[in-house]
Every structure is written in C-alpha cells, then in structure tokens.
Design a protein around this ligand. Structure first.
Ligand SMILES: *[C@@H]1O[C@H](CO)[C@@H](O)[C@H](O)[C@H]1NC(C)=O
Ligand SMILES: *[C@@H]1O[C@H](CO)[C@@H](O)[C@H](O)[C@H]1NC(C)=O
Ligand SMILES: *[C@@H]1O[C@H](CO)[C@@H](O)[C@H](O)[C@H]1NC(C)=O
Ligand SMILES: *[C@@H]1O[C@H](CO)[C@@H](O)[C@H](O)[C@H]1NC(C)=O
Length: 422
C-alpha cells in the first residue's frame, strides 16, 4: 500500500470521528497499554512523536512506519479520543492526542481537527450569573450602567471564583509594569488560562466581549487581558515565528487546532462560519488567550482583533504568514461571532433567524429563554452534524476542494511534505 492510499484511509477514518461521541484520551491510553498489541503500536507512535519534537527529519520508511502504526490502531478508542477543556490532566491528555496523531503534524500547521471535545458534548455548569447580574443592575451602580465593561467587572467581583482568579492574573500580569524589570509573561499567561478555563463562560464572555459605545469603555475592554504583559512585545515578531513557538507547545497547538476548526470561515454562509457554532468559536478564541499566540483588540475604538506580529520582511513566506495573521484579522466567522455575542440581547429580540446560528444562547442559562434557546440550539446542532457528515469522507481536505476557505493554511501545503521521499 502506497503512502497516498494510507493517508486516504487515515483521512476517511478521521472523518467518521467528527460525529461520534468520543472517549477521553487518558482512559483510552490506559486501555491500550493493557493490551500487548496496542501497547507495542503505541510505543512506535511515541517514538514517531519524539523524533518530531527533536526535529529529526524522518526518512521515507520511518514515515510509512509511523503512518502504519496509526492505521494499526484500527478502531481502538485511542484513535477516536478527545480531551475536555476543563479536565484535570489536560496537558497529559493533549500529549496523548498528539502522539496518536503525530503523522498529521508534519511540517506546516494544517490541522482542522481539534483535540477538544465538541462543547455541545461537554458538561456545562449552572451558574449564578443571572442572579448576580440582576443585583448589579438593581440600583447601587446606576451610573455605571452606561459602561457595560465596568458592569461586567462588577458582576465578576460578586462571584468568589471570578473575583479570585481575575485578581490573581491581574496581579501577576501587572507585576513589574512600569519599572525596569519586565513582567513574567509565562506566569501571566498561565494566570489568564486559569481564569478562562475555570471561571464559567457567562462571566468571562461578558467581560471580554462587552459592547462599547465610547473609547473609555473600549480601553477597559482592550486592557482586560493586561496586554502590556500578555500581548505586546517590544517589537512585533514575524507571525511565522509566533506560529512556531505555538506549535512547540501542546496547549497552544491544541488551542490553535480548536480555533481553526471552530472559527473556520467560508464565503457562502450567512454567518461566515463553516460550522455555524458560535459558542464553540467564541470558546476557541478565548482558549487562545494565555498562549504564545494570544490575540487581543487592536484599539480602544473597534472590535477588531489581531495577533501581536507582522508579516513584513517575510520574503517568500509572505503568503503563508498572511494566512496565519488572516485567521485573526480578517476572519468573517470570528468577526460575526464576536459581533453576535456583543449584540446577544438585541438579537434575541429582533432577529430570531440569526438565533439558529447562535447556539451560544444555550449556555446562558437564562430561565426565560432556556426552552427557546435549547430548541434553537438543537436545530443548530442538527445542522452542524449534517455539515460534518457531509464532509466526512475527507474533512481536512474539504476546504481545499470546495475552495471555501482558500485563505487558510491547508492540506495542500502539507501533502507534498508528508509524501516526499526525504
Ligand atoms: C508495554 O510496553 C512496554 C515498553 O515496551 C513494556 O515495558 C510493557 O511491559 C508493555 N506492557 C504490556 C501490557 O504489554
Ligand atoms: C473493531 O472492534 C470490534 C469490536 O468492537 C472488534 O471485533 C474488531 O476486531 C475490531 N477491529 C480491529 C481492526 O481492531
Ligand atoms: C473589582 O475588584 C477589584 C479588586 O478588588 C477592584 O480593584 C475593582 O475596582 C473592582 N471593580 C469593580 C467594577 O467593582
Ligand atoms: C486609547 O488607547 C491609547 C493607547 O493606544 C491610550 O493612550 C488612550 O489613552 C486610550 N484611551 C482613550 C479613552 O482614548
């Protein structure tokens, strides 16, 4: 069997995964290690992954061996496993995922398959958000009601967890600001990830995506993530450098794959999104915050977001660099997702049609809208399922052949690499 055929098989398998509920990679690994055949195959894959992190270029035979090992996993639950966004041993889980899928990570970043479970299959906790928000809109802060970002912070302050984790990252990220020594960016990033992972989305979403009418509010919104420490460097690095540092890190690589999958733009769609899952796209965007590829608002006066990097002086890599930057700067799906989050209230009243695409409503837990929104999100999910089964024969290549997401790093870039005898 030639490598092209092998790859085709792999891809068609990967396609089936999208619709199935998947198992947890940590459990799947344990299961595999207790079976001697699976164990041996898994060890081979570990070596393949190891060789790649050491940047040893694999010869043709090794590539085929690694691909074969992936195929040998057959219908083992390992091949289908995913990780939860809020799980305990997340990094361990992600390492397993990338070990199993190491053959897909050759060279360029091309992944559209998220290691994370579809948010619709994840548990969502009930929160006291609406109760606390009602307290704030009650009376004492009437003057502040004009600044939705300030108001969102007030609501956060009323929740013990939100208050604590926000204070945590704020103090880490502002340490050293203004003085000679620089802040500890890694710690700041960890603090931010902690905040966005552990605080219920009702709080984090309203803080980060508060709708602003003026620049004072916009400045507060832009500064939510303490950009002086978490976002800006002295000079803007090249976006490809930023990408490289992201791919070296299991968390960042995973978040980027999740972002690429869930915020993938297409032209011929009312909301600009391939998957029409605004909740998942929003979550994926927030997942990038606290990674080396942290995005943020570009100014106090707009909702445009970008990365802190440039594609100047990229030479013959300019096109690829623009693709990376374009995922954030000119991504219709992301723009529409952020816009509809900011206008959620008005939209719910005025434009029921658009609700079809905003299943994020189902996470609001607002008792008044629960039944409506869950009905809506069922429709939206049904649509997503159909869309993913339609492309199931070749999910990663679909964007190439449909011409839909031409501005995205695509499989076309990576096929020649994988198959070239080295
Ligand atoms: C799995 O592989 C490791 C390393 O090759 C070996 O030490 C271990 O005994 C194997 N376990 C089983 C259950 O085969
Ligand atoms: C796939 O799973 C079924 C049981 O679910 C098993 O009987 C079969 O042998 C497995 N096939 C492979 C190739 O592992
Ligand atoms: C929230 O709490 C922080 C930390 O005590 C405080 O600095 C801030 O002013 C509070 N913000 C609001 C809007 O209540
Ligand atoms: C807006 O952003 C700039 C920095 O880019 C800052 O100097 C300015 O004070 C901000 N605030 C307002 C209200 O314009």
């Amino acid at each position: 069997m030639g490598p092209a055929l092998l790859l085709g098989l792999l891809l068609s398998r990967a396609g089936d995964l999208m619709a199935l509920p998947s198992s947890d990679c940590v459990m799947a690994e344990q299961l595999c290690l207790s079976d001697s055949t699976c164990n041996a195959t898994y060890r081979t894959l570990e070596n393949c992954a190891l060789a790649k992190t050491r940047l040893l270029s694999l010869d043709h035979d090794s590539r085929v061996r690694c691909l074969n090992a992936e195929l040998d996993l057959g219908n083992s639950s390992l091949l289908h496993c995913k990780c939860q966004r809020r799980m305990k041993r997340q990094e361990h889980c992600l390492r397993i995922f990338w070990t199993v899928h190491s053959s897909m990570t050759d060279g360029y970043f091309n992944l559209e398959t998220s290691p994370y479970e579809n948010p619709a299959n994840e548990e969502h906790w009930k929160t006291d958000y609406n109760k606390l928000a009602a307290l704030v809109s009650g009376s004492q802060l009437a003057g502040d009601a004009t600044n939705p970002c300030l108001r969102a912070t007030h609501v956060c302050n009323l929740s013990k967890k939100c208050f604590r984790l926000r204070t945590d990252y704020a103090s880490i990220c502002t340490k050293g600001a203004g003085s000679e020594d620089v802040c500890d960016r890694r710690k700041c990033h960890r603090g931010l990830r902690n905040f966005f992972e552990k605080v219920p989305e009702d709080f984090t979403k309203t803080i980060l995506f508060c709708p602003c009418q003026d620049e004072l509010c916009g400045e507060r919104r832009r500064k939510t993530i303490v950009p002086d420490c978490s976002f800006q460097y002295n000079t803007k690095p090249n976006c490809l450098w930023l990408l490289d540092s992201c791919l070296e890190d299991h968390i960042c690589k995973s978040r980027l794959a999740d972002f690429q999958q869930n915020c993938q733009p297409v032209d011929m769609s009312p909301d600009g999104c391939f998957l029409h899952n605004h909740a998942a796209c929003l979550q994926a965007y927030m997942g990038m915050i606290g990674t080396p590829m942290t995005p943020n608002y570009v100014s106090n006066s707009s909702v445009e977001v970008s990365l802190w990097c440039t594609c100047e002086n990229s030479g013959n890599q300019k096109e690829k660099c623009d693709q990376i930057l374009g995922m954030f700067e000119s991504n219709k799906c992301l723009e529409n997702t952020i816009w509809s989050q900011m206008h959620l209230k008005q939209m719910a009243l005025e434009r029921q049609e658009d609700l079809l695409y905003s299943s994020s409503l189902s996470f609001q837990g607002d008792s008044a809208s629960t039944s409506l929104s869950s009905a809506m999100s069922q429709v939206a999910e049904g649509k997503t399922q159909r869309d993913s089964s339609k492309q199931s024969s070749m999910p990663m290549a679909s964007s190439v052949f449909s011409g839909a997401a031409t501005s995205w790093p695509s499989l076309a870039l990576f096929l020649p690499l994988l198959l070239s005898p080295h």
